[in-house]
Design a binder for this molecule. Structure first.
Ligand code: SF4
Length: 360
């Protein structure tokens, strides 16, 4: 079985107003002692029987583009990924110029995931992003010029005062710069964030947010991007191999504070504390991956859930009541049952949580 590695880079230029990811704001670079701690943990994992050379490596954050190319290279040297590995670096506009992107490419990154979010400067400002839409365009163009052929762009939907025009402008910005993959997320107001403490004016209601999501699905399809997961769209052959590893319940190892792992169905995570990680904190158990998790993750994917695989991997099959519920979902246009497979339709994906609650 393949192994995917996630390295968490918990440093950001400043905290965005909506963000509840674990990261430290006010950072302009990544301290060398943090790189040393990641290398220490990589060396420790390489001693274990479960270690294989990774098929995918994902530098996530935080803001991994605050790394310098020497640090990226040192981490990849330690990891020794397979020759054809997918090596993704998350990058935020305003944190890497053309030369740095060239150096990242030379150091071994072959996929860039750019936090574009919106083509509206007013929205970016409200979100607390440090960049403008023009800077996003520049980063995408510089990345292509640096030799990144596989570029993804992040889009946030249902922002305050949002409109279909803002959505279309954002998709046009991405497609005009030749991205091959789009990730789109509805803005969620998380407790403890600046938006959680003081929600912004002009937030779309749930129905309007759902319409923006469906408009995004439709527009991505019109532009040739197939929806392969609830929030992800790709031109043929450009699906994220690393993220598919999560959704297909393959082994992944996350290293860094707050990073989660699942190896052989056993989950564990490092404490969300950078100083403790540098000082040597070890991951703690975080439960087991179950058949329910598998159902949940597979139903996020456009290919859906295979009943034979559910039976083969987990020894589980749906009861008569569950099958009747799924048939009702199909009748209501929320699911499609096709022999061995169950898929949720775009409308079903929107209400995925309540379908899963009823199902499992
Ligand atoms: S750049 Fe990303 S990780 Fe950092 S604060 Fe903003 S949303 Fe959070």
């Amino acid at each position: 079985m393949t192994l995917g590695i996630y390295l968490h880079i918990p440093f950001c230029f400043q905290k965005c107003n909506y963000c509840d990811f674990y990261s430290l704001g006010c950072s302009r670079s990544v301290p060398q002692e943090y790189i040393d701690a990641l290398r220490r943990e990589i060396a420790r994992w390489k001693q274990k029987e479960s270690w294989r050379r990774p098929a995918t490596v994902y530098f996530g954050g935080g803001t991994p583009s605050l790394l310098n190319a020497r640090q990226l290279e040192a981490l990849l040297d330690a990891l020794e990924p397979l020759p054809d590995a997918e090596i993704t670096l998350e990058a935020n506009p305003g944190t890497a110029d053309a030369a740095k992107l060239r150096d990242f490419r030379t150091a071994g990154a072959n996929r860039l995931s750019v936090g574009v979010q919106s083509a509206s400067d007013a929205s970016l400002h409200r979100l607390g992003r440090i960049h403008t839409a023009a800077e996003s365009r520049t980063m995408l163009q510089n990345a292509a010029a640096a030799g990144f052929e596989n570029i993804s762009g992040d889009v946030m939907l249902a922002l305050p005062e949002y409109s279909v025009k803002e959505l279309y402008d954002t998709l046009e910005l991405l497609c005009g710069c030749g991205v091959k993959h789009i990730s789109s997320y509805l803005l969620k107001i998380e407790p403890g964030t600046p938006f959680g403490k003081s929600p912004p004016q002009g937030l779309p209601d749930e129905d309007a947010a759902a319409d923006f999501y469906l408009a995004c699905v439709e527009e991505c399809a019109a532009r040739g991007f197939a929806q392969y997961e609830i929030s992800n769209f790709a031109l043929p052959g450009y699906e994220s191999r690393h993220n598919l590893c999560y959704w297909n319940c393959q082994d992944y190892l996350g290293i860094g504070p707050a990073a989660h792992s699942c190896i052989g169905s056993r989950r564990f995570c490092y404490p969300a504390d950078t100083a403790a990680f540098i000082a040597g904190a070890q991951p703690v158990p975080d439960g087991e991956c179950t058949a329910e998790d598998f159902i949940l993750l597979q139903l996020r994917l456009a290919k859906g859930l295979s009943l034979a695989e559910l039976q083969g991997r987990w020894g589980v099959s749906f009861s008569a009541a569950q099958q009747a519920f799924l048939r009702r979902c199909e009748k209501n246009g929320l699911a499609a049952l096709d022999g061995d497979r169950i898929r949720l339709t775009p409308r079903g994906l929107l209400v995925q949580n309540s379908i899963l609650c009823n199902l499992v």
